[in-house]
Design a protein around this ligand. Structure first.
Ligand code: G3P
Length: 217
């Protein structure tokens, strides 16, 4: 499973990229707002740092507007994936932009039918939002599993990009089900390294080591 980093915080992206953990980046209007930066400037900086796809989201409500904005965003760098919402207009924009050979990430997906439509219109990525379904006491992971099965049934090339990931368990489950990509905030990715037994075991090793009075360097 590839990891995309769900942030517009360039320092956090740099740290994970240096560890080979940033196969791409996803941004959205909320994340750009949080960064406090100009969308073109911060997106360009991220694209220069990352080899993989960097999603940048349109904000127009209509397909013509999305297409125009998508072309503008795609001009920032070759690795831009244009993000459009899963509305009827978004699907129209996806069809046009993917037909031009551009990467398109269809976002705000909350049902298997929506994912099926995105694949039909040539989406490169479909972004089902796990956490926001869980917030409603629904099962976000069930949606990932349904989409995996449907895409595999028919050999769709659209890649499942598990999004709105909030917990380390979301990462495990997405990988177990076979999501192509998971996009997660830097904090979730770093938390994947943690385990209480690792901390406990390390503390015991350190205590024992001190009693030996030895040094390695
Ligand atoms: O990838 C989509 C993500 O940014 C939304 O996450 O936590 O706001 O539902 P969240």
């Amino acid at each position: 499973m590839r990891f995309f980093i769900d942030t517009a915080d360039v320092d956090a992206i740099r740290e994970l990229n240096e560890l080979g953990m940033a196969d791409g980046v996803t941004t959205n209007p909320s994340l750009i707002m949080k960064s406090g930066r100009d969308i073109r400037e911060v997106t360009k900086e991220i694209c220069d740092m990352i080899d993989g796809p960097v999603s940048a989201e349109t904000i127009a409500p209509d397909s013509d507007g999305m297409i125009a904005e998508g072309r503008e965003l795609a001009a920032i760098a070759d690795n831009i994936a244009i993000k459009v919402p899963l509305t009827w207009d978004g699907l129209k924009a996806c069809k046009v932009l993917s037909g031009e050979g551009r990467m398109v990430n269809v976002t705000l997906c909350f049902s298997a039918n929506q994912a099926l439509l995105a694949a039909k219109t040539g989406a490169t990525f479909i972004s089902p939002f796990i956490g926001r379904l869980d917030d409603l006491n629904l099962d976000g992971m069930e949606l990932i599993a349904d989409i995996r099965q449907i895409y595999d049934n028919y050999g769709f090339d659209t890649q499942i990009l598990a999004a709105s990931i909030r917990t380390v368990n979301h990462m495990t489950e997405a990988a177990r089900i076979g999501a192509d990509v998971a996009t997660a905030p830097p904090g979730v990715i770093k938390k994947m390294a943690e385990h209480v037994l690792t901390d406990k075991g390390l503390a015991a090793f350190m205590r024992d080591w001190e009693t030996t009075g030895q040094t390695i360097l």
